[in-house]
Design a protein around this ligand. Sequence first.
Ligand code: NAD
Length: 570
Amino acid sequence: MNFSVRIDPVSGRRYMAVDEKGEHVLTYPLVNKSTAFSQHEREELDLHGLLPPGVSTIEHQLARVYGSFKLKRTAIEQYMHLTALQDRNETLFYRLLQEHIDEMMPVVYTPVVGEACQRYSHIYRRHRGLYISYEQRDRIPDLLRNYGRDRVAVIVVTDGERILGLGDQGVGGMGIPIGKLCLYTLCAGVSPHATLPITLDVGTDNEDRLADPLYMGLRHERIRGERYQEFVDAFVEAVSEVFPEAVLQWEDFHKGNAIRQLDRFRDKICSFNDDIQGTAGVVLAGIYSALRITGQPMRDQRVLFAGAGAAAHGIASLLVTALVEDGLSREEAVARIYTVDSRGLVTTDRPNLEDFKAAHARDAKELEGWELATPGQATLLEAVSNARPTMILGTSGTPGTFDEPVVRAMAEVNEQPIVFPLSNPTSQAECHPEDAIRWSGGRAILATGSPFEPVTWEGGVHRIGQGNNAFIFPGVGLGLTVARARKVTDEMFLDAAKALAAQVTEEDLAQRAVFPSLDRIRDCSLAVACATIRRAVDQGHADPDILNGLEETVRGAMWTPEYLPVRYEP
Ligand code: NAD
């Protein structure tokens, strides 16, 4: 069955045209309205008898699906319930998510999607997106065409090697691109008609998956090295050929591959990596908001990272861009950044430093003047006492990294220390916000990666802002597709961060929250999309005509989960 959204020439209203009748209409989740088909539509589409006679409103249907959601006892059952709804009726699915965003986002994305990826081969029910396996490497364009869509706006692709904090999940990693694209639609109104989740299957090194008789991916260890890169190159070439206008988002690749693919393709296609650039954008937005509380300029900041992985790499390079923009030379900006990994402060004298660690390694000579228990080696606490950072950013994935001495030391060297325990999920956060508030005498400004309850301190409420990437990547993606941008740059993420920080209200700041609440996310995405487009035009990566009536254009492009009339037009 073919279907498309059309405009009625007389009324000017949108409707969905389908070229088949009967049961087919009920099996396409982007078309199906189920019991909400009107009597007139049932007549025209031969649906009488296939549905109970009473016509439901979408509100009735919402009450029904939310009621059955509430009957599910475990998170994975809730996930499966929502997936089944998405596969039956996407409009209702997104409407349910929109109405209960705080409750639903952790189910369709982190943390529950992690469990879904681990159990993917056991809970699989229905196809969605594309699986491109290494064995099919010579016919990738054919596979992309099998998706059956003329236009794809956003592709999210993973190779399943570093799924959240859960490592290699092989083909089960597909839960991530599906979940991420769901957030594109929910948070920024990117039409679900135009999204494409993809898993590149190059095998898995996960022994449990390989030993599982139900595992659905290729049953060999991962293809690596040149053969891997040739496969990824062939994939990118095929995407450019079949979906030349698509934005390509790299997702949950192992950090070395993530950085390599980003660098390899950033000037060739419109692509970005959310783990690196989206994270950087959202954290920078939190920093800009925190500086609204402290009243300090960006150029005066000194930043200490606990964790020197992919997330730190992305945040550090965007911070350098932000510091340079605020008046520092590149050299001065780089000198404001310190990184500590599991072995202590990263210094230039370490053997075999990976590229991204080397970029922010401190000159070993600098430590000569520091007070240290072991000369030449600084712990996180010693780095705080000696480097006197204005903020510490936790990207270590290790709980307890921001312990009492570290937070107290931050509070000693700063009137209002900025302390961001960003690691996910909740159990991995570097500290509990409540502890950091207590240890700093209520002075720390916090933002986390996972949601936390508000903290009451001396009669005041501290709402803990969540640096959720969903505040950035869906809006950036929307902006890129609306403007048909040709390239993604770091400066776009810088402006996206500023636009998001500007969405933080005085009321939010009064509660010391550096991010807006999730229920405002669509407005935030609109602002982020417009900022992305303005910068794209400014840098010559999009056509300037888009700036006329920009906000209206972007708002008009945002899909909303509402039923359209369905008509039979063979
Ligand atoms: P990664 O594996 O690439 O890097 C982790 C780094 O932490 C490594 O350099 C490791 O040496 C270091 N480390 C481990 N234990 C440490 C300790 N005790 N002290 C100091 N450093 C330590 O992982 P990543 O992709 O960079 O992600 C790191 C964390 O950041 C994850 O928990 C992830 O959930 C979080 N993250 C948050 C957001 C967000 O808040 N929006 C986005 C992306 C990632």
